[in-house]
Design a protein around this ligand. Structure first.
Ligand code: PEP
Ligand code: MN
Length: 353
């Protein structure tokens, strides 16, 4: 249930509502928006006591929360959230580009990559230390050694670092070294992991599971928010479909939908979403066009030698090209649209070009 306070509600009236929500057996969650305060009653309690707040002083109305995810929904928080990762704002006006290798393989590999992506305009560095690999015989990541290299690269370049956490056992050590923790697609519904990450004071990048619906993805985020961690960024990285030409099918409608349903920032991963170097530029542009707050892109000094995900990794020149392409598309799109529109709307078409 949501208690919408009136614009003129006083602090005392808000506090009264909070107390009554607690008395009714729910947890109160307060969102102070630009226009009004919203108090959500989350959990399970005596519903009629919340409905009765309709007539409490300072209350505008009481409504049910339509979606199963509550704190993640825009109904509870209409204003968009901005997640701050050591100086980088995700969800604000700028599209944030996170780039780096799939796996940290050596100090030299990561440092070269970090400098190259920074030169090209990326503002965060990625790199796997603990890798989820389909085969146990494949490279599993350098673990702690990789974390140390990531932290050094952050110190040298100033780029905040995101790396994947696969197990609750590794949370503390990763928190010591990284600025943001990634929950990989395979672990989106690892509820023990989510519950623990809800208690850490670090932002979380939550990837969508390869077979998860948008609702399941947002409910996974609800574990983090309801447990106390509101610093969550969602990441669409492609889902499993019948298509085999691409590694996964990137669901760009889900980027727009997740931003409609939730106040959390949403980024896209064109690397895992396509599995193909050649598609990264086009899909990155498309993701930004549907509203993505950022991109996470795999880059390697020599993709042919990469220990994981070489076929989808860009080399430095390729990444620079993608970054340049990102600022191009509006002109390209508007010229094409303008040509089509000129027949019916000559004035609008002139403005577009
Ligand atoms: C990765 O980012 O390298 C990764 C393993 O991603 P995902 O969990 O989306 O497969
Ligand atoms: Mn990868």
């Amino acid at each position: 249930m949501i208690v919408n306070m009136s614009e003129k509600a006083t602090e005392a009236e808000v506090n009264h509502v909070i107390d009554r929500i607690r008395e009714a057996g729910y947890q109160p969650h307060v969102t102070r928006g630009t226009e009004r305060t919203i108090v959500a009653a989350v959990g399970s309690g005596r519903r009629h006591e919340i409905e009765a707040l309709q007539v409490a002083p300072g209350v505008d109305n009481v409504v049910a929360i339509a979606q199963p995810f509550k704190l993640v929904s825009r109904q509870v928080k209409p204003d968009r959230s901005i997640v701050h990762v050591n100086g980088v704002a995700i969800g604000g006006p700028d599209v944030v580009v996170i780039a780096g290798p799939c796996s940290v393989e050596s100090r030299e590999q990561l440092f070269q990559t970090a400098h190259a992506i920074k030169r090209a305009g990326a503002t965060m560095l990625r790199g796997g230390a603990y890798k989820p690999r389909t085969s146990p015989y494949d490279f599993q990541g350098l673990g702690l050694e990789a974390l140390k290299i990531l932290r050094e690269a952050r110190e040298e370049t100033g780029l905040p670092v995101v790396t994947e956490v696969m197990s609750t056992e590794d949370i503390d050590i990763i928190c010591e070294y990284a600025d943001m923790l990634q929950v990989g697609a395979r672990n989106m519904q690892n509820f023990a992991l989510l519950r623990r990450l809800a208690t850490v004071n670090k932002p979380v990048l939550l990837k969508r599971g390869p077979s998860a619906t948008v609702k399941e993805w947002l409910l996974a985020a609800e574990y983090l928010l309801s447990g106390g961690n509101r610093q969550v960024v969602l990441c669409e990285r492609g889902i499993k479909t019948f298509e085999t030409e691409t590694r996964n099918t990137i669901d760009l409608a889900a980027v727009a939908l997740a931003r409609d349903l939730s106040h959390l920032p949403v980024i896209a991963d064109p690397s895992h979403g396509t599995g193909k170097q050649s598609l990264i530029a086009a899909v990155s542009r498309a993701a930004v066009a549907v509203g993505a707050d950022g991109l996470i892109i795999e880059v390697h000094p020599c993709p042919e030698r990469a220990l994981s995900d070489g076929p989808q990794s860009l080399d430095f020149a390729g990444f620079e090209k993608v970054m340049r392409a990102l600022v191009e598309p509006l002109r390209t799109i508007s010229t094409r649209v303008a040509t089509a529109a000129s027949a019916v709307q000559p004035e609008a078409a002139r403005k577009l070009t």
